[in-house]
Design a protein around this ligand. Structure first.
Ligand code: UT7
Length: 330
């Protein structure tokens, strides 16, 4: 879908990472694995783990404060809050309502959005529609995950992948550029490839006290791998082609950080120069589901890798199955 009319862009981004670092060496002491296996098969060296009493709304609120400060927008100018998460504080109330209260905002619509690793792109897309139609001026989109709470810490095929953290973006009208187009998709027939039957991040501790598989994330990694490469490539091409954008025009692809091998394969299919055009932070962050793309964007901006006028591409794939790609002119 391409856009005409009121331009909507990202006015500021922010992120938050919990203090505790879990390294591959730590994991070697927990399950039958090696730093060498994790590094070569995933590209991940370490990830952050939230404190026992730290929830998705706590981390999300911290990221949101950074995004508001970077956007120079006060909390009272926000008129909608969307939180993308698969690890909400509770079944209800929504993490968005809890986060709203923590930010001292009241009376604005706030809701959670469940699209797994594609959640941030879905959230930004929803926010854009409200602003573009004139139903909102400034929307706060937060992606926050405490995946450690739903990780089976005895399952070496999954526990080496995930980390905790939050990213946020403030959206509003811009004079030109902004979100040029996006493509969202889902395929529920792949729902059994990656799921958690139940979740409540306030209940489960970070180190696998989940008593039964029902409370932890289950994944068929190698089947998902192939879907990820295909769907992230297709999503990227589907969004750039109608815009007349070539991969050379893209300053930076900021993808969901699932696996270095997935990202290199997508980069190869798109014909980009991975060294300069692919933003990676998974080595130190792991896979943080919805928060991955949001944090990667915030970090890329902070590092000066995204400057005014640059064309960037967000690209994600995850449980659902869901996928999404979005072109933004910064
Ligand atoms: O976030 C969005 C969605 N997520 C994804 O898209 C994840 C996609 N999948 C992946 O990233 C990869 O499939 C994994 C990293 C999860 C696994 O890598 P793989 O190369 O697909 O390995 P595999 O599952 O095919 O397993 C290969 C071998 C197996 O041993 P055998 O059967 O060949 O003897 C596993 O038991 O590696 C073994 N293995 C491990 N060995 C050491 C699995 N996990 C580990 C481990 N350490 N942590």
């Amino acid at each position: 879908m391409t856009e005409t009319g009121r331009h909507v862009g990202i006015l500021g981004t922010g992120s938050y990472l919990p203090e505790k670092v879990l390294t591959n060496a730590d994991l070697e002491r927990m399950v039958d694995t090696t730093d060498e296996w994790i590094t070569t098969r995933t590209g991940i060296k370490e990830r952050r783990i939230a404190a026992d009493d730290e929830t998705a709304s706590d981390m999300g609120a911290a990221a949101a404060r950074n995004a508001l400060a970077n956007a120079s927008i006060g909390p009272d100018s926000i008129d909608m809050i969307i939180v993308a998460t698969i690890t909400p504080d509770n079944y209800f109330p929504s993490t968005a309502c809890l986060l709203q209260h923590k930010l001292g905002i009241s009376d604005v619509p706030s809701f959670d959005l469940s699209a797994a690793c594609s959640g941030f792109i879905y959230g930004v897309s929803v926010a854009k529609q409200f602003i573009r139609s004139g139903h909102a001026e400034h929307v706060l989109v937060v992606a926050s995950e405490k995946l450690s709470a739903i990780t089976d810490w005895s399952d070496r095929s999954t526990c080496i992948l995930f980390g905790d953290g939050a990213g946020a973006a403030v959206l509003g009208p811009v004079d030109n550029g902004g979100i040029l187009g996006e493509h969202l998709g889902s395929d529920g027939s792949g729902g059994d490839l990656l799921y958690c039957r139940a979740t409540a991040s306030r209940v489960n501790g970070p180190h696998g006290v989940s008593p039964v598989a029902v409370n932890t994330l289950q994944m068929q990694g190698n089947v998902l791998f192939k879907h990820a490469v295909r769907l992230m490539t297709d999503a990227a091409l589907t969004v750039i082609k109608p815009l007349g954008i070539k991969t050379d025009d893209i300053k930076l692809i900021i993808p969901h950080q699932a696996n270095i091998r997935i990202l290199n394969a997508v980069g190869k299919k798109l014909g980009i120069d991975a060294e300069t055009q692919l933003y990676l932070n998974l080595e130190k962050r792991g896979n943080m589901s919805a928060a991955s793309t949001a944090i990667a964007l915030a970090e890329a901006v902070e590092e000066g890798r995204v400057e005014k006028g640059d064309i960037i591409l967000l690209d994600a794939f995850g449980g659902g199955l869901t996928w999404g790609a979005m072109v933004i002119q910064w």
